[in-house]
Design a binder for this molecule. Structure first.
Ligand code: S6P
Ligand code: ZN
Length: 183
């Protein structure tokens, strides 16, 4: 049985204290995710994880700080994933910034939800998810998901999402992804 504990989240930056496990994704880690080639050491996002046992009796929690920027007309975004255990759900709470949460099922349905300070997005089991920063400041959100969920990145790397969020003449637009491989 775990000992109860408390961490302190900086709502503006996403930093968690005391120490946590950091995952940092750079443009060089995002190759293939965008229509245009990308490379280099620029950081696209960071995930601050609170580690607990990966079992279905615990909740994994973390924050993501997704920086602002673009590759071509596509905004900085997370890689996106299905949960390895497909029926595992997740909740996001945005604490700073503005974005879109793109979700999709394996049979090609998709949903887009807004992310803004105070947004609580519910990601049901079976939906892949990717966050997109559509503003000129970092997008910061807290996530909680079932401990044994796991992450399947390969399906997204192979097939992509059905839609993309791109910068249009009057702001963010959702457009079909020409590279999407339907099943
Ligand atoms: C975990 C949750 C988030 C993402 C994070 C980075 O289930 O959905 O913490 O891991 O936003 O995205 P990605 O797609 O690189 O894991
Ligand atoms: Zn997830």
């Amino acid at each position: 049985m775990l000992q109860p504990f408390t961490r302190v989240l900086d709502l503006g930056t996403g930093d968690i204290a005391p120490e946590n496990r950091l995952v940092r994704r750079r443009l060089s880690d995002m190759r293939g995710a965008y229509a245009e080639d990308c490379d280099g050491a620029q950081v696209v996002y960071e995930v601050f994880n609170i580690d607990v046992p990966e079992t279905n009796s615990e909740l994994q929690t973390c924050t993501t700080r997704l920086y602002n920027g673009k590759v071509g007309d596509e905004y900085f975004m997370t890689k996106g994933h299905f949960h390895e255990v497909r029926d595992r759900s997740e909740v996001y709470l945005t604490t700073s910034g503005y974005g879109r949460l793109v979700m999709a099922t394996e049979d090609g349905r998709y949903a887009i939800e807004e992310m803004r300070p105070g947004s609580m997005n519910y990601i049901p089991g079976g939906w892949s998810h990717r966050s997109v920063n559509v503003a000129d400041e970092p997008l910061v959100f807290f996530a909680a998901y079932i401990g044994d969920s796991g992450h399947d990145y390969g399906s997204i790397e192979e097939r992509g999402f059905p839609v993309l969020v791109v910068e249009g003449p009057s702001g963010p637009e959702v457009v079909p992804n020409p590279r999407y491989q339907s099943s």
